[in-house]
Structures are given as structure tokens and as C-alpha cells.
Write a protein that binds this ligand. Structure first.
Ligand code: PHE
Length: 461
């Protein structure tokens, strides 16, 4: 087999996979989802689901990838036959569509980095209006997200070790550090404690069907599960690596960044007297306030630094999203890495245009008649991530149970960790893959689809 590239070692893989996991999902999506869905109650369910369902799914994906040493399609096909290959194609499609809207939001973050660094945003009296004006500015959005896609393509093009791994190793620690510094600062602001209670003291009466499925979708999205990103990355992992501990580290890192973002955002929201249920605009509206309060110079440096790191976090995710389809065309169709990367980046960028124009710039995309009048960005992100990722995870567990065999998955996990054999953890993971995951994910996938298109309330009344 041709040399497909490999991660240099344990740290390289962990950093790249954690880089894929940690991104806008943690810093942009998690706080607004938690804000809309009851704060602490959401956090609690999110953590539970991550351990109960997502960790086993992550192990499954990495094991499949490492065993087959191929892209998402090739891995399923090799271990399960041609028909299962379609599950890989499904994942590749989800990756393409997720990247299309993700790149738009990354473009906003990039724009904010520039606006804050040049001081344009901090002088503005109202961050809420700034944001809503900002997202309808066609040229800015077009240019910034095009730049973002180009940088993504450039790194993917360099291959696994020199591009993906090297980028992640620098950006991840930097992000952690600046988050911690900002949290310390935000905790000292007046009324910060109201934010802490909202975020950490669960009100169980707030838990409903929507809280659970939002937390589920969020957990899958945040951990990059359900679409083959970790199958693809798993295919570059050496046989002697301990997948169990690597996956645990990745999960904990991802959860910590999400947790820390909440710890940063909610004290700020409450100290500025804003609503936590602001939706996707939340971090873009709330964060500039803290930077402004730091004074003109300091605010620009720290604020610019923060959004730059947010861009880096998004970048290590966009490269993993682009790597999934690129690996497919390179492995299966034998296309050259270079032309595949640029071609796909271009196509995905174009696919993202409706999402880019859906924040009020173009009416047709801002209010889709067939999607309860919601925007194209909502549509793509909800269909291809909130719905499709848990469904993809469900189908993957069915693949393992019915086709590949949990014993083969275990066999793959023994390599690099002999103590896993017959351990309690092994029993739990197999139980989860066999019963908990397919049943819970299956039921929820169906209910989410019904809710998104028709509204579950209507069904119940
Ligand atoms: N996990 C990434 C984030 O949290 C997004 C992502 C989803 C990346 C799926 C790859 C695959 O931002």
C-alpha cells in the first residue's frame, strides 16, 4: 500500500484529534446551547451523555479506522463489504456540509479578530447591532471565509505530520492558557456569581426532551463523532498506541474547553445584564464587552488574541473536516492530494454561500419556507449535524454489533493496551455499543427528525 502518512506518535495523534474536537463547537456553540437550554441542567446531561455514549463511540471509530487503515468509505467497505461503504459515504457527505457552514462562522471569528485588533469594534456603542450588521456584510464575509478555507486547504495539503499535527501542537496549549486568563478576569466582574449559579446549579425542572437532544447533538458535534473524522484520523494511528487512553484524553480535553467557555461566558452575560438565551450571536455580542472594559490597548491585545485563538481552534477542526473527503478521493479514486484538496475546498466554499447569506443578507436563504421559516445556516447545521451525527453514531454501532463484531473491536483495542482484556471497562464499552448506544441514539434520531420538521409538541397534542 502507498504510504498514507502517519501521526508521529501518541502526542501527535492526541493533539490532532483534540484539535479536531476543540473548535467553534466548544467556544461558540456550547455556551449558546447551554444558555438556551437551561444552563446547568444542560451541562449535566451533556457530561453524562459524553461518558455514557460518546466515549464508546469514539473508541469504535478510532478502532475501525486503525484496523482498516483507510478513509471512512474504505474502512467500512473493507471491514463490512460494499454496502457498508455507503455509511462511510454518508459520513463524508455530512463532513462536507458541516464544513460548508462551519467555515462561514469561522469567517466571522476571523473578521472579529481583525475588527477588534484594529479597534473598530471596541468603539462601537452596541455590540448586538454591530454583529447583526456584520453578518450581512457580503464582501467581508466572502473574503474572510474564503481566506479561512484557503488556509485550511493549505494545511491539509501538507499532509498529516507536517500540516495537521504541527498546527495542532502549537494552537491547543495557547488556547487553554488564554481561556484560563480570561476566566480569572471575568470572575472578578460584578454580578459574576449570578452567571455561575445559572451555569453550575442545575434546575431539574428545566430538563425536557429538547434539553436532552440538544445536549446529544452538541456532544457529537463537539467530539467530531458520527461522520468518520475519527475513522480517518484513526487510520493514521500506529498499532502500538493505546487508543483507550488517547480517546479518554481527547474527550476530557474537549469537555474541559467547553466547560471553561461556559465558565467564561456566563459570568460575563450576567454581569452585562444580557440574556443567556441569545442564540448563535451570544459570544460575538458578549465577549467584546469584556475586552472593552479592559481599556483601549489592553482590550485590543487580549480581544484580538482571543479571537485569533478561536480561529486557530476552528482551523484545527476545519482541517479535520476537509481531510475526511480528501482522504476518500486520494485513497479510493487515487486523485492527487494537491488537486483534490483545492478542488474540494472550492466546492465546499460555494456550498457554504447560502449559509453565508442567510443571516438577513438574502431573504430567500434567511427564511426557508420548508424549514419553519428558519435560516439556511440553521437548516444545514441542524440537518447535517444535530440530526445526522447521532444517527451516524447509531448506524456505526449497528455496524459493529451486526457486521464487524464487538470482539473484533475489542481485539483492536487490546493492541496498545493489554490490560483492557476482560476488564470491567471492556464489559461496559461492549454493553454500551451493543445496547445503550443503538437504542438511545436510534430513538432520539427519529424524535429529533420529527421535532425539527414538524415540532414534537404538535405530535404530542
Ligand atoms: N468538533 C468540532 C468543533 O467542536 C466540529 C467538528 C465536527 C469537526 C465534526 C469535525 C467533525 O468545533
Amino acid at each position: 500500500m502507498a504510504n498514507r502518512g502517519n501521526f508521529s506518535g501518541r502526542l501527535g495523534f492526541i493533539m490532532a484529534a483534540a484539535g479536531s474536537a476543540v473548535g467553534l463547537g466548544n467556544i461558540w456553540k456550547f455556551p449558546y446551547e447551554a444558555g438556551q437550554n437551561g444552563g446547568a441542567a444542560f451541562l449535566l446531561i451533556y457530561i453524562l451523555l459524553t461518558f455514557l455514549l460518546c466515549y464508546p463511540i469514539m473508541l469504535g471509530e478510532i478502532a475501525i479506522g486503525r484496523k482498516a487503515a483507510s478513509d471512512a468509505y474504505g474502512s467500512y467497505k473493507q471491514l463490512g463489504g460494499k454496502n457498508w461503504g455507503y455509511l462511510g459515504l454518508y459520513g463524508i457527505l455530512c463532513g462536507i456540509m458541516i464544513l460548508s457552514f462551519y467555515n462561514v462562522v469561522a469567517g466571522w471569528a476571523f473578521g472579529y479578530f481583525l475588527e477588534i485588533s484594529f479597534g473598530n469594534l471596541l468603539d462601537h456603542p452596541n455590540y448586538g447591532t454591530f454583529f447583526s450588521e456584520y453578518v450581512i456584510d457580503f464582501w467581508d464575509n466572502l473574503i474572510f471565509s474564503a481566506c479561512f478555507m484557503a488556509i485550511t486547504a493549505f494545511i491539509v495539503l501538507k499532509g498529516v505530520q507536517k500540516g495537521i499535527e504541527a498546527a495542532s501542537k502549537i494552537m491547543m496549549p495557547a488556547l487553554f492558557s488564554i481561556l484560563i486568563l480570561l476566566i480569572i478576569y471575568s470572575l472578578t466582574l460584578p454580578n459574576a456569581s449570578a452567571g455561575i449559579s445559572f451555569y453550575l446549579l442545575p434546575d431539574f425542572s428545566k430538563i425536557n426532551f429538547q434539553t436532552v437532544y440538544s445536549a446529544l447533538g452538541q456532544a457529537f458535534f463537539s467530539l467530531s463523532l458520527g461522520m468518520g473524522a475519527l475513522i480517518t484520523y484513526g487510520s493514521y494511528v500506529n498499532k502500538n498506541q493505546n487508543i483507550l487512553s488517547s480517546a479518554a484524553t481527547i474527550t476530557v480535553m474537549d469537555m474541559s474547553v467547553a466547560f471553561l467557555s461556559g465558565l467564561l461566558i456566563f459570568p460575563l452575560v450576567f454581569s452585562q445584564g444580557q440574556s443567556p438565551a441569545e442564540g448563535p450571536a451570544l459570544v460575538f455580542v458578549v465577549l467584546p464587552g469584556i475586552f472593552n472594559s479592559m481599556g483601549p490597548i489592553f482590550g485590543r491585545v487580549i480581544g484580538g488574541g482571543f479571537f485569533l485563538l478561536l480561529c486557530f481552534a476552528a482551523l484545527t477542526s476545519t482541517i479535520s473536516l476537509l481531510e475526511v473527503p480528501v482522504a476518500y478521493f486520494v485513497d479510493q479514486k487515487k486523485w492527487s492530494r494537491k488537486s483534490t484538496t483545492w478542488l474540494l475546498a472550492g466546492i465546499i466554499f460555494i456550498l457554504g454561500l447560502p449559509s453565508m447569506l442567510s443571516q438577513g443578507a438574502v431573504k430567500m436563504f434567511s427564511s426557508l419556507p420548508f424549514y419553519q421559516g428558519r435560516s439556511a445556516l440553521d437548516f444545514v447545521s441542524e440537518v447535517f449535524s444535530d440530526i445526522s451525527l447521532p444517527l451516524g453514531g447509531c448506524l456505526m454501532t449497528i455496524f459493529i454489533v451486526r457486521r464487524w463484531g464487538t470482539h473484533n473491536m475489542s481485539e483492536e483495542l487490546y493492541q496498545g493496551n493489554e490490560t483492557y482484556k476482560n476488564s470491567l471497562l471492556e464489559k461496559y464499552i461492549n454493553f454500551s455499543i451493543r445496547y445503550i448506544c443503538p437504542v438511545i441514539l436510534g430513538i432520539f434520531s427519529i424524535l429529533i427528525i420529527i421535532d425539527k420538521f414538524y415540532g414534537v409538541d404538535k405530535l404530542m397534542n
